[in-house]
Design a protein around this ligand. Structure first.
Ligand SMILES: [Zn+2]
Length: 81
């Protein structure tokens, strides 16, 4: 094995290592985005009273996203009342 070969192997390892790092960061970034995507719609579809209770933002009567908290423990539809 000549010094040249060893040098190329070292360079090759370095390139490979940096590629793995880049791919790793891309995967981390994608996972982050996926998590954000999964979280977003969930949060939009839910109303909270600030006391740990949650309801669907969609009214069971009319199906519209009009539910809002009227007092802790109670939600009401803006359309149906
Ligand atoms: Zn309604």
């Amino acid at each position: 094995m000549t010094l040249d070969t060893i040098a190329w192997i070292v360079i090759g390892c370095g390139v490979l290592a940096s590629m793995v790092t880049v791919v790793h960061f891309i995967i981390l970034d994608l996972e982050e985005k996926e998590r954000a995507l999964r979280k977003k719609p969930l949060k939009k579809e839910i109303v909270e009273d600030g006391h740990g209770a949650m309801w669907s933002a969609h009214c069971p009567e009319c199906g519209e996203k009009t539910m809002h908290v009227v007092r802790p423990g109670k939600v009401q539809c803006g359309n149906c009342g």
